[in-house]
Design a protein around this ligand. Sequence first.
Ligand code: FAD
Length: 457
Amino acid sequence: KAGIWAEVKAALGDIPHADDAATLKLKSRDFFWFSPILKPQLEHCRADLVVAPRNRDEVIRAASVAARLRVPITVRAGGTGNYGQAVPLEGGMLLDVSALDRTLWVKPGAGRFEAGARLLDMDRGLFAEGQEVRLYPSTRKQATIGGLIAGGAGGAGSCTWGQISDPGAVLALQVVTVEESPRIVELRGPDVLKVLHAYGVNGVITETEIPLAPRHDWAERIVAFPDLAAAARFGQAFTEADGIAKRLVSIHEPRIPAAIKRLKPYAPDGAAIAILMVSEPQAEACEAIAAAHGGTVTFRRTAEAARAAAFDGHGAIAPLYEYTWNHTTLHMLKVDPTITYLQLRFPPGRNLDLVAWVGERFRDEIWLHLEFQRRFGRVTNSALPIVKFTSPERLYAIVDELNANEVAVSDPHSYALDDAGWKRVDSGAAQFKSLADPHGLMNPGKLRAWPPAEAAE
Ligand code: FAD
């Protein structure tokens, strides 16, 4: 084994690489430790070598070395994934693409970026152009556009633009294959689904072309409500208010702000809260809807101050999106390391009734926060609830009951791509893997059975 790595290093030549224990440990991890089930399964996994190409040519050379010497290759970018997506289960080469971070071009309504570009840096650059990225995860600071496309779902902006898998959310992707002589493949339109949310098992994304939106001045508000039901009704009504430009509608039941020190002052008397980003000139209209639903504004930050918090880290409180989506879990884990979380999707039309049912049925085990989003012309909410963890058996009993009652659970306690939509839709992802990764070297172990039985016979 040692021999092969000496050969790999010699073949890589001047492409930056490292194999000291500290780097291998640091780069072999992501945020899988949010899950008490994944933690013991993944914490011992280590890459044998971290390779950090500086440009596409070096990606091609590294991919060729992996193919020629038949070593596993796992792509990593910001390393903020939640399910061990970038953890090298079988060791091998860890391809850190975060240095591929250039903006290639920008025009009104679209831009092309290298895959390792960080979402916050992209918006910093787009600011002067009067444009912005349409949606970003709450990990905007560290997460990359390639990582969002290969492993993420949605975030701030989803209340207006839906999710990263929706038609038109990704315009084109450039992918490098892992073969002795790697090819550069351009996927456009619906073809992007072949590699979207595929955890990097079927090609290294090197360039991404995405739609952009005209930039707004996003002001921040926190609004307190007497209870979760009132806050949720407001969340629905505000997200449905098509005339108001908005970026974030996140609703938290009272126990969450009561536990998070930074939020507590804005949730007086055990209030539920709405965490909002709204176009500054329309903040007044937003506040009127909140008041009509019994809300009281407890926090106001101008767009300029909110931008300084996001771009420069200024201000007493972090950008508000860093308290929402899966950041809520991060803050709650600091308070109580024994909790965990789930990922729930509520069907449009029935979402508020089902939110009430979940809150009532699992009162002692689930703390809800709702992320409102607009998808396919309808408004609904997802949720990443805080869950009291007692045992895997109890966790999966809760999952089964939710699934049986129209609340669809995406399991965040599994690293298997099969559990996250692989081949669920006819995306051509599996066929593309045969082409882009003929030796089955990419992120091995994430697919339960590869090659598929029929191909192996
Ligand atoms: P990584 O973690 O480095 O990689 C993710 C996956 O993509 C891996 O399988 C990796 O192999 C693959 N990959 C990365 N780059 C490439 C590439 N160039 N080519 C091929 N494959 C590639 N997610 C959301 O969707 N919304 C949220 O609001 C959100 N909030 C979060 C909050 C917290 C506190 C945490 C810890 C995570 C959160 N996430 C969220 C998950 C994660 O931050 C996002 O999905 C993020 O976009 C991942 O980007 P990354 O650059 O860190 O990817």
